[in-house]
Design a protein around this ligand. Sequence first.
Ligand SMILES: *Cc1c(COP(=O)(O)O)cnc(C)c1O
Length: 498
Amino acid sequence: MKHITRKATRHISQNEGLIFEKSSPGKAAYKLPPLDVPEVDVAALLGKAERKDLGNMPEVSEIEIIRHFTRLSTWNYAIDLGMYPLGSCTMKYNPRVNEAVARVEGLANGHPYQPEKISQGALRIMQTLSDCLLEITGMDAITLQPAAGAQGELTGLLMVRAYHQSKGNPRKKVLIPDSAHGTNPATAATVGYAVENLKSNSRGMVEISALEAQMNEDVAALMLTNPNTLGVFEEEIHKIAALMHAKGGLLYMDGANMNALVGKVRPGDFGVDVMHLNLHKTFSTPHGGGGPGSGPVAVKQILEPFLPTPILVKHSDDTLGFEYNRPQSVGRVRAFYGNFGMFVRALAYIFANGPDGLRQTTEDAVLNANYIRKGLEGVYDLPYSTPSMHEVVFSDKIQARKGVKTMDMAKRLIDYGFHPYTTAFPLIVSGALMIEPTESEPKEELDLFIEAMKSIAEEVEEDPEFVLGAPYNSRISRLDETMAARKPVLRWKPEPKA
Ligand SMILES: *Cc1c(COP(=O)(O)O)cnc(C)c1O
């Protein structure tokens, strides 16, 4: 098992990808039927817009083009191929029933410009989803408009700002724990707030005395993730909320980790004033390149006047429609009403599971994370011994002695057929291995993953250099991460002719 030798199989051969190089003049993948309508004068019709030279478009046969695209589709890793333990991202399986429902013709072909009168079914789906999400979160009102978690954060903080503004002072600062996801400080800064870092304690939670010291009438809100990005539930959440409210501040909850709470506890019951949900995480709509996402924002009554326009209302004749006349609203945050296809999928998921199923999902997600924790404790360093919820965060402390870091082991994991875990955060864990299996994974897959991680730890002890060179088995070897992000090469370019 140890040294996986590099083999140029069909799938990973470089040249297989280059459809241009299979081109030869006259080959075609289609044949049009004989013309049975009057011929038009294309040149007269298009004038200067007519394109006579098609550049170097490849000319290939049907089987070549089919193989080309089918092969490309196999170069991606996907949740449909195996476990995707990317911590914080909740890469759970997207049940096919969601897709079947989203493709129902009347839903898939609906248009946002359709009159309300003939959109009642679509509106009812939005209303029902809103009701379900409010029941799950314990909040009072909701907007489905934002297209992602980060946009939900932006929407939520714009509302926080509008709320304080309506009281005469928008305030200056937002408190954010040092364990937070990077989008939180980015959001606060975008809305014009100064970000103040809140230090976590040795258990990985908000230190109450630090919050007491930093909370004052300049602070607009605390942005808190619960469970936080260490996978740890903030046990003193009631106290945290009370401290915020005593000084007129609001509690924003980043709800990206709701996979650990659904059916168990409700943020609305533990003092949260505003939160976003990631339908593409907790409620199993596709994401990670397969998007689009959806980040509804739920609020308590005090923030309801500030929701983005339009809001969904029931007219006096009992039909559903949109209300635009909302003088205190933060305005529209997205075209139309949000990513409707995601609403359909999320609602299908909620209905297919029912309350008991959703609760079971939460329990299984926590069980799976703890199964991995038990399996790898001792093999990898566990910087916080506080109980894990839906994800477990190890560090590379043991392996770093041999010069091998979390990123190196993440690359090696690719050779074992798994998507890497999260390496970049939480920032308070140096060399983090953030692992979130989700409830979708069967025990057999978890066992395989644990085996792979143990095997990598052994490789680090025996031959650290070897691990540093990973991955060996992927189509592309190790990239320059900085260049890949800053100067991505997104198009194939022909070799210059010699
Ligand atoms: C995923 C995530 C976000 C951002 O959500 P996007 O939909 O990717 O914008 C914010 N906070 C946490 C904790 C997350 O895991």
